[in-house]
Design a protein around this ligand. Structure first.
Ligand SMILES: Nc1ncnc2c1ncn2[C@@H]1O[C@H](COP(=O)(O)OP(=O)(O)OP(=O)(O)O)[C@@H](O)[C@H]1O
Ligand SMILES: [Mg+2]
Length: 237
């Protein structure tokens, strides 16, 4: 069955898109068939691949048989997010994603091994539906993330679990200084585990996934993350 890995944190700018793109890329490089689905608002994954933000992700969920975009990485496909045009913004007639549209069968219909979702945020009912059908939720936390936001997100995953959700959730901490390791481990205590990535200038420039030789260390980090995820993702709770 297709695994759904959702990258989510209530707070913006914590590294969700960077993680989603690099993870999807890494999984595809390791031989998986992957769809990267951009449900973020505003969307951003398309820019990494120079694709249009035509809302194919939202349209797919609503039942349209839209084609996925291929990329130059074999096995990696993208459904891009929705960026309302000026006219739509002016008229206030933007398309919205409803919780009813977020159904497991639409993810399964994509086939392949993994769907990586750059998570939606702003409307809890939609977020709840998305997290509730995810097999793995990765919660990024960087130095600038308010603790409240990450704690809230962790709390929501706990709440879903109390309600019978079978998925796993992990804190993905960004390490800048040695002391961060201990701090992040403590923050992620309630999660199923803590994964650490280093803060890296290349990633800040949004170039990581596409530069192999010069950023070997970063690639290794994502490679390790993918290997770990494959193992975790195969385990039931
Ligand atoms: N490991 C990292 N090291 C250094 N910079 C990083 C790292 N991960 C992400 N960044 C940088 O942090 C900024 C925010 O990242 P990103 O756009 O992925 O966050 P986001 O959570 O998707 O934001 P939004 O909520 O606006 O969609 C970007 O400038 C990105 O390049
Ligand atoms: Mg983003």
């Amino acid at each position: 069955m297709t695994k759904i890995v959702t990258i989510y944190n209530q707070k913006g700018g914590v590294g969700k898109t960077t993680l989603a793109v690099n993870l999807a890329h890494g999984l595809a490089r390791s031989g998986k068939a992957v769809t990267l689905m951009d449900l973020a608002e505003p969307p951003y994954c398309h820019q990494w691949f120079r694709l249009p933000a035509d809302g194919s992700a939202q349209r797919w969920l609503k039942g349209e048989e839209v084609p996925r975009y291929g990329t130059r990485v074999g096995g990696l496909y993208v459904l891009t997010g929705y960026q309302p045009g000026v006219e739509e913004l002016m008229s206030g007639k933007m398309e919205v994603l409803t919780p009813e549209a977020v159904r497991r069968e639409r993810f399964d219909a994509l086939g392949g091994d993994v769907v990586v979702v750059d998570g939606y945020r702003y409307e809890w009912k939609v977020e709840e539906a998305l997290l509730g059908l995810s097999d793995v939720v990765l919660i990024p936390h960087d130095g600038g993330t308010p603790l409240d936001s990450t704690n809230w997100t962790l709390g929501e995953c706990m709440e879903l679990r109390r309600g019978g959700w079978q998925g796993r959730f992990y804190l993905v901490g960004q390490v800048e200084r040695v002391g961060d390791v201990e701090r992040l481990t403590a923050i992620g205590e309630r999660a199923d585990g803590v994964v650490l990535l280093t803060r890296n200038e290349r990633m800040r420039q949004r170039r990581t996934a596409f530069e192999t030789p010069r950023v070997a260390r970063v690639m290794v980090e994502y490679h390790n993350l993918c290997m770990w995820l494959e193992k975790e993702g195969c385990q039931g709770r």
